[in-house]
Design a binder for this molecule. Sequence first.
Ligand SMILES: Cc1cc2nc3c(=O)[nH]c(=O)nc-3n(C[C@H](O)[C@H](O)[C@H](O)COP(=O)(O)OP(=O)(O)OC[C@H]3O[C@@H](n4cnc5c(N)ncnc54)[C@H](O)[C@@H]3O)c2cc1C
Length: 385
Amino acid sequence: MSGLQFDQIRLPPECETLRAEVRAFLAEEIAAGAFDPHRPGHGDSHNRAFSKRVGAKGWIGMTWPKKYGGRDRSFLERYVVTEEFRVANAPVRLHFVADRQSGPILLKYAPEHVKMDILPRICRGELCFAIGMSEPNSGSDLFAAKTRATRTDGGFLINGTKIWTSSAHIADYMIALFRTSPPTKENRRHGLTQFLVKMKQPGIKVNPIGQITGQFEFNEVVFTDHFIPDDHMLGEIDGAWKQATSELAYERSGPERFLETYYVLTELVRAVGAKPDSRSAEGIGRLVAQLHTMRRMSVSVAGMLQAGKEPVVEAAIVKDIGTVWEQQLPHRVRDLAAFVEEDVGNRETLESQLSFAIKTAPKLTIQGGTTEVLRGIIARGLGLR
Ligand SMILES: Cc1cc2nc3c(=O)[nH]c(=O)nc-3n(C[C@H](O)[C@H](O)[C@H](O)COP(=O)(O)OP(=O)(O)OC[C@H]3O[C@@H](n4cnc5c(N)ncnc54)[C@H](O)[C@@H]3O)c2cc1C
């Protein structure tokens, strides 16, 4: 059995200085009315003006080289920024995907002139990216994707449909997987290639899909003879299967993977007050202990990424434990809230947050890879299948 490795990593002191700066920035933004930390799901989660202000602080693409607009800072510093923004329910949707995973892919696989053009704009908070992996008949089994990229003069023509594409209605670019060749007998993962797609161009139609929360955050994207130039092909033709797995370590392990419904816990603590009864104290204590453990694991993965490792299995474990936890959290908080005084000051806020969190919860164990699929990856990584 191959071993799991969670390196013992703690956030270094410079991270705490940065944390204070981030908190001060967020407090100013909240005071200026940019967003309301107590009302997640209200207001525009894609906020261009806010993203530009975050970019101006140097907190987008902050681990990337300076020549591309980055700040050469560590993954652990990025961790602190992500964590503080999530805990405050700040509207990061516009820049978050580009910061977390599209930028790192471009850094690795895009031609130099494309990097020089796009990465600085991501860092300034000007660009929104979408991820075009899932298709109507290809979700967990990514390598069954059928949307075709066919050779033409100077590039490729794209035909087919992507689905559940978050932010495609706002996005300036998408990084997508398209089929350039059929799979081979020896390797069914062969034949897919990653491309940089410029959105809002001829041959791309974005159809919104509503969610149970009433929000419209993901879409169907239909490609009809959409042209992509040669220099927007990323990495090796037919070889995307070698590239997609390292992307997933970035996608799966961050604090955003267990903090999506965290606000209900802090609101419950506020409601319970300084003198909780023993049932509330026990319940909250248990939740906080679990959260603390997950955070140590997640920080460890960030540290391993910083050290140049590819902790794919460890990241899958964080995502699995984290998303199951954040999915159950609103239900546990609702149980504990039953013992809170009826007339407590923040009762209405707590109820409204619970209602939103309970509607958000089902998606958490699906997006970014389902629980069952993650457990399959973990089992394979441990040599159990
Ligand atoms: C809110 C949200 C946002 C999303 N955003 C994006 C996005 O921006 N870009 C994008 O490309 N996709 C996105 N997705 C799609 C997401 O990645 C897929 O929904 C997910 O990978 C599952 O695929 P599927 O929906 O086709 O389900 P299926 O793969 O059909 O799975 C159905 C069920 O079968 C189980 N199953 C499937 N295969 C196995 C297996 N091998 N072993 C055990 N059980 C299995 C699954 O766990 C699941 O319970 C998003 C999804 C959600 C909910």
